[in-house]
Design a protein around this ligand. Structure first.
Ligand code: TYD
Length: 207
């Protein structure tokens, strides 16, 4: 059985760069690695991306259900689902997961309801490890502004501040294996820290 690793963080925290970097280290080490993300590239993911871009309007509750639907499909689909990949021995690295639903939809759709939708669902697997890449909202905004032309609905500084606070609450509330990484340092230092924590977490596992 492979390992299921999730990367979380506010927008602009450098998740995709760090996922690519860990994937390279693990692949060099002989592990089979699969990179995936939420929202996914399936039908449900497309509906979500339109809503995130502001092309369609969805209520917070609708978003919470759509994200849960997308996540269930992400777990169980027979083509490239997380369960299938893990059973084939892949280490699955996932950009965002249910922690994002709790942090982003929890506030407006009701934290406990969003939690039960996700943690209470038998088809939504608990990750073996989650890295929370932590950056201040100011640095998030600087990175978002320098890197991209278009902004998604959550990419405003006051919203990022709130979402970061909710992430801290989620980390406290859940019994998950979550490591907070200071992601304001340079990319190489952050990457080394993540690899160190990864090795620590699985030191008793034969790689
Ligand atoms: P993503 O494409 O990962 O954007 P970024 O590269 O900026 O991290 O995520 C898109 C947006 O989706 C992001 O603003 C967070 C939001 N999101 C939720 O609101 N709830 C969720 O459950 C997930 C997975 C993402």
């Amino acid at each position: 059985m492979g390992k299921f690793i999730v990367f979380e963080g506010t927008d602009g925290s450098g998740k995709s760069t760090q996922i690519a970097s860990l994937a390279k280290k693990l692949t060099d080490n002989g592990e089979k690695v699969y990179i995936t993300a939420e929202p996914t590239v399936s039908l449900s993911g497309g509906i979500l991306r339109d809503a995130l871009a502001g092309i369609t309007q969805k209520s917070p509750s609708e978003l919470a259900v759509l994200f849960a639907w997308d996540r269930i499909n992400h777990n169980v689909n027979k083509y490239d689902g997380i369960e299938k990949l893990l059973s084939e021995g892949y280490t699955v690295l996932c950009d965002r997961y249910y922690y994002s639903s709790l942090a982003y939809q929890g506030k407006d759709a009701g934290y406990e309801w969003v939690k039960s939708l996700n943690i209470g669902c038998k088809d939504i697997r608990k990750p073996d490890l989650c890295f929370f890449l932590d950056v201040s909202p100011k640095v998030s905004m600087e990175r978002i502004n320098s890197g991209r032309q278009t902004k998604e609905i959550y990419e405003k500084e006051d919203q990022l501040t709130q979402i970061r606070q909710t992430f801290y609450k989620v980390i406290d509330d859940l019994n998950d294996n979550i490591v907070i990484i200071n992601a304001e340092e340079d990319m190489i230092s952050v990457s080394n820290k993540i690899y160190e924590e990864y090795q620590k977490a699985f030191k008793n596992t034969v790689l």
